[in-house]
Ligand binder design. Structure first.
Ligand code: NAP
Length: 135
């Protein structure tokens, strides 16, 4: 079984996304810039699976330095993860993806950002205790 992990960033109330982007997209303060840099650093060399909107948001250099797999609801999560049995697999979201893949996740890395504005995608704490598919 793959070593399945998540790195995500949330606002103070669990904000995840807004209009297809990060809610704080474009913010230049250090906390936001460092968060994105850290995500790209840690996922380097590993497998990154995500829904179509999330994969579309990755810049080109990210595609060259890790294995990106766009996943669809028609994919069987067990089959997707079985393809990368000896790899670290980061599940990149969005929420509909985490709803299904959360039971497989061994390690959650959640960075709380200094943002408490609007969002249309939200973190669900129940993902952290989703039971069913762990090794
Ligand atoms: N803050 C963060 O750390 C973070 C991380 C990631 C994303 N985001 C934000 O989240 C938003 C994008 O997420 P999103 O959910 O709107 O779109 P998304 O990334 O495209 O993810 C949802 C899509 O994933 C596909 N999918 C794959 N496997 C699935 C399954 N088993 N069950 C259901 N759907 C599955 C579906 O596409 P099909 O219907 O085509 O199959 C679904 O519409 C953006 O605002 C982005 O910035 C934030």
């Amino acid at each position: 079984m793959a070593d399945v992990r998540v790195i995500c960033a949330i606002g103070q109330s669990g904000q995840l996304g807004l209009d297809g982007q990060l809610p704080w997209e474009g913010a230049r303060e250090r906390a936001f810039v460092e968060d994105v840099e850290r995500f790209f650093e840690i996922t380097q060399g590993h497998v990154l699976i995500a829904g179509p909107k999330t994969t579309a948001s990755f810049p080109d250099f990210v595609r060259r330095t890790r294995t990106i797999v766009e996943i669809r609801r028609s994919d069987d999560p067990q089959n997707i993860l079985a393809r990368f049995a000896d790899r670290v697999v980061y599940v990149g979201g969005g929420p509909a993806v985490w709803d299904v893949y959360a039971p497989f996740v061994r390690h959650w890395d959640i960075n709380r950002m200094p943002y408490d504005g609007p969002a249309d995608r939200w973190f669900k704490p129940e993902w952290l205790v989703a039971v069913g598919a762990q090794r």
